[in-house]
Design a protein around this ligand. Sequence first.
Ligand SMILES: Nc1nc2c(ncn2[C@@H]2O[C@H](COP(=O)(O)OP(=O)(O)OP(=O)(O)O)[C@@H](O)[C@H]2O)c(=O)[nH]1
Ligand SMILES: [Mg+2]
Length: 198
Amino acid sequence: MSHYPEAYFIKSANAVSQFVTDTGAEIAVAGRSNAGKSSAINIIVNRRQFARTSKTPGRTQLVNFFSLKDGERLVDLPGYGFARVSDKKRHHWRDLIADYFESRQSLKGLFLIVDIRRQIMEFDQQMLAFAELVSLPTHVLLTKADKLKRGQAAKALLEVRRDLGDIATVQQFSALTRLGEDEARSKLDEFLRLSAAP
Ligand SMILES: Nc1nc2c(ncn2[C@@H]2O[C@H](COP(=O)(O)OP(=O)(O)OP(=O)(O)O)[C@@H](O)[C@H]2O)c(=O)[nH]1
Ligand SMILES: [Mg+2]
């Protein structure tokens, strides 16, 4: 069963003017292209191809808004760092993501999706620095943990935890084995609940 039985796709936006009304609470899912953002959303919501995934990097090209339940949303962002697109398109995505982060009052938390084999890269650092600047609660999913041996994955987790300190919480995740799904869901609910506190 879905943990969010009423979840549905609201719309895709290619410009600030197309974003959904900025009320309630939403959590953004960001990360490098092909890191596994859309796959993570599908596991958390427990529905196949709820957010569209692809073997080809650059699948998610728009800001996709999903309703979890009344007044609570998840936002699947285009991946950054994808090389095989034109400069024009890349700049458009970069601006779209920047506009998103700068404009959303309802943004209450960030899920940063990082391939556990690649660890934190420059774009991720920028995203983390921004989140810290605006005091946005951040949780890092080190995904594709199934691609590493257990010991290696545990080591990667410790390293990222050590590097990030208090900036963000970190966990292992796998969309393939569903490792860490409950932990991710609790974090998501925690971020949404935090925002509901008076
Ligand atoms: N083995 C394994 N593969 C994964 C995992 N998560 C995602 N993938 C694969 O990685 C590829 C990219 O996944 P997506 O979820 O589309 O990645 P994305 O970050 O949304 O990509 P863009 O929308 O292009 O930025 C797909 O082929 C997925 O099947 C995982 O935990 N384990
Ligand atoms: Mg995607």
